[in-house]
Design a protein around this ligand. Structure first.
Ligand code: SF4
Ligand code: SF4
Length: 189
């Protein structure tokens, strides 16, 4: 069964298959996404600038060309050995951080098996609604990531400083883009 939790750009998709993931107990957290530029803007906008700086200092997040990379830690015994590492924030009961602090992908991603199990091909309304939301969010966040990446490169050609003023700037640019594109995500509210 699939459930759509509509919350605009923070919309979350849920599948009952995740509790018995065919890829093993770590699910897709064995292959975590990046915390990309638009994710950083969203996290900062939700009051997470100090949290980001703390996680960078702790080594759980590492600057990369597209924003931040999540640290991977050993994943002993999980996924039948197919995935030797997992996201640093994955615990015995799943994700240990608040949805406000996750990459948007962590909140809206569902794999093809989840859509299949959710009855997308049988026309299940929730599964079809989830597919549409998924596609909208992939397109929006992808565009915002590219725009922010270009803006960062233009302003800091040698690389950004990763301090509080920089994060505040990313948050403000992201808020402006979200406001500009509100017609595209309004249906997700
Ligand atoms: S989305 Fe798919 S791969 Fe990820 S936990 Fe759910 S069932 Fe597993
Ligand atoms: S942040 Fe949470 S949901 Fe995202 S990959 Fe890590 S453990 Fe999984």
């Amino acid at each position: 069964m699939i459930r759509v939790e509509r919350a605009g750009v923070e919309t979350r998709l849920h599948s009952s298959l995740c509790a018995v993931c065919p890829h093993g107990p770590t699910g897709c957290c064995a292959s975590p996404p990046g915390v990309d530029w638009a994710d950083i803007g969203r996290i900062v906008s939700r009051g997470g600038a100090q949290w980001l700086l703390g996680e960078i200092a702790a080594g759980n997040l590492r600057p990369g060309p597209r924003g931040l990379l999540l640290r991977r830690v050993p994943n002993p015994g999980a996924n039948a050995g197919a995935w030797p590492t997992k996201c640093v924030y994955h615990g015995p009961r799943g994700c240990t951080i608040d949805p406000d602090r996750r990459a948007a992908t962590c909140n809206y991603y569902l794999c093809e098996e989840a859509f299949l199990a959710g009855g997308e091909y049988q026309g299940d309304p929730a599964a079809r609604e989830a597919r549409a939301a998924h596609e909208d969010l992939v397109a929006l966040y992808g565009q915002w990531d590219l725009e922010l990446q270009a803006a960062v490169a233009e302003r800091w050609p040698a690389g950004p400083p990763w301090d509080e003023p920089f994060l505040a700037w990313v948050g403000e640019v992201w808020r402006q883009m979200v406001q500009r594109d509100r017609r595209r995500w309004r249906a997700l509210r």
